[in-house]
Design a protein around this ligand. Structure first.
Ligand SMILES: *Cc1c(COP(=O)(O)O)cnc(C)c1O
Length: 414
């Protein structure tokens, strides 16, 4: 099955659910078993079955199977948010005294997790301010347990050398974790990215309508857990082979962190997946047209969209994402005051912190998402005072451009 078909049918058999054509929402905490012996076997992992929704749930399982199929991976775990998926993955792999190599210029919440929260637990992160594999390799030391990157840096809009960094990770026998939120499994399939673990904030394009929080972590099956340097997971691989990482996460880290999604939210994600392919095409096309229009506008000081032929990342977008540069762009009008006036003058586009919604969304990152960082830190992350971030929606592009045209004119007048 191709992605469009899998997004609609993957992981679901109506006959197992009384013929229900829509995936049912199993709004239950627990699962009754016929005998004490049976529940004992389920607890021991000797018999498949459900115990408690913090560990697994039938609605969520269908979402996980559908994502694993779309990604070409061996399994997926759905979480309560994108941050939940990143936290569970990192806490499953690293312990106190160990080291992580991460791209810089990534999602602010992830930087905060690595630099503030995990630091308190003795996990040290080196942020690499480069897009090139050799700089990632230079940051790896004998304590490094994983490399973390984003497909398109948010809000830096940079595209790192994903296959080159995957090669570095293989050479050092550590997993590469790719946050592919901005590109989606439709544009870049997890397995084909060459990453070992692929993360999505499904809150964004997968949900697609700004109605539910969620996260996903998928094991692409590329990393050999039986020969890795993770003692506990290597031990588990004797019984569970390459599913060892997912078993380790589900039965310990995920269960203990309590980052399970609500089954209702899993339903929203399944519904979003049905139209993901079509929405992504439109997000990309609208973003490309808006970026081109902004680039030609005399009042616009700069535009960052990796899908523009003038972008230094366009070659990588062509090679890695089949020419599709995603739906997010940033631009500047020269000052924070102009950015604020522009945002205040918009009528169609909404001013809010989400991205990947059907609606066009704008935000001033320096004063919001990055407010807790110092001026120097913001500058290092490429978050300028005049930066406006746009998540281009799927409205008619002429309406979006018309809205931006009027708001830019007003921002310049006053
Ligand atoms: C939003 C986002 C996250 C965090 O996801 P939540 O669902 O908000 O927890 C992580 N990575 C990227 C790239 C994001 O855009």
């Amino acid at each position: 099955m191709k992605a469009e078909t899998r997004g609609i049918h993957g992981g679901y058999e109506e006959s197992r659910f009384l013929g229900s054509s829509a995936v049912p929402i199993f709004s239950t905490v627990s699962y009754a078993h016929l005998t004490a012996e049976e529940i004992e076997e389920v607890f021991a992992g000797k018999k498949p079955g459900y115990i408690y929704t913090r560990i697994s749930n039938p609605t969520t399982s269908i979402l996980e199977t559908r994502i694993a199929e779309l990604e070409g991976g061996i399994g997926c775990i759905a979480t309560s948010s994108g941050m939940g998926a990143i936290s569970a993955t990192i806490m499953a792999l690293l312990k106190s005294g160990e080291h992580l190599v991460s791209a810089s210029g990534i999602f602010g919440g992830t930087i905060s997790l690595f630099d503030k929260t995990l630091k308190r637990f003795g996990v040290d992160t080196t942020f690499v301010d480069s897009d090139e594999a050799e700089d990632f390799e230079s940051a790896v030391n004998e304590k490094t347990k994983a490399i973390f990157i984003e497909a398109i840096g948010n809000p830096k809009m940079n595209v790192v050398d994903i296959p080159g960094i995957a090669e570095v990770a293989r050479k050092h026998n550590i997993p590469l974790i790719l946050d592919n939120t901005l590109i989606s499994p439709y544009i870049l399939k997890g397995y084909e990215s060459e990453a070992d673990i692929v993360i999505h904030s499904s809150t964004k394009y997968i949900n697609g309508h700004g109605t539910a929080m969620g996260g996903l972590l998928t094991d692409t099956g590329r990393y050999d857990w039986s020969s890795g340097s993770f003692d506990d997971i290597r031990e588990l691989s004797k019984e569970y082979r390459n599913l060892a990482f997912l078993v380790w996460v589900r039965n310990l880290i995920y269960r203990d962190l309590g980052c399970c999604p609500s089954p209702v939210n899993s339903f929203f994600m399944l519904q979003g997946l049905e139209t993901l392919c079509f929405r992504m095409e439109k997000h990309v096309e609208n973003a490309r047209r808006l970026a081109k229009w902004l680039e030609e506008n005399k009042d616009v000081k700069w535009v960052n969209y990796p899908g523009l032929p003038s972008s230094p990342y366009y070659g990588r977008v062509e090679k890695l994402f089949n020419g599709k540069g995603g739906g997010l762009l940033t631009f500047g009008l020269g000052s924070r005051e102009k950015a604020f006036r522009f945002i205040n003058s918009l009528e169609i586009a909404k001013n809010l912190a989400n991205l990947g919604d059907a609606k066009t969304l704008v935000i001033h990152p320096a004063s919001t998402i990055f407010h807790e960082f110092s001026d120097e830190e913001r500058e290092a992350m490429g978050v300028t005072e005049d930066m406006i971030r746009v998540s281009v929606g799927i409205e008619n592009i002429e309406d979006i451009i018309g809205d931006f045209d009027k708001a830019i004119t007003t921002a310049m007048e006053e």
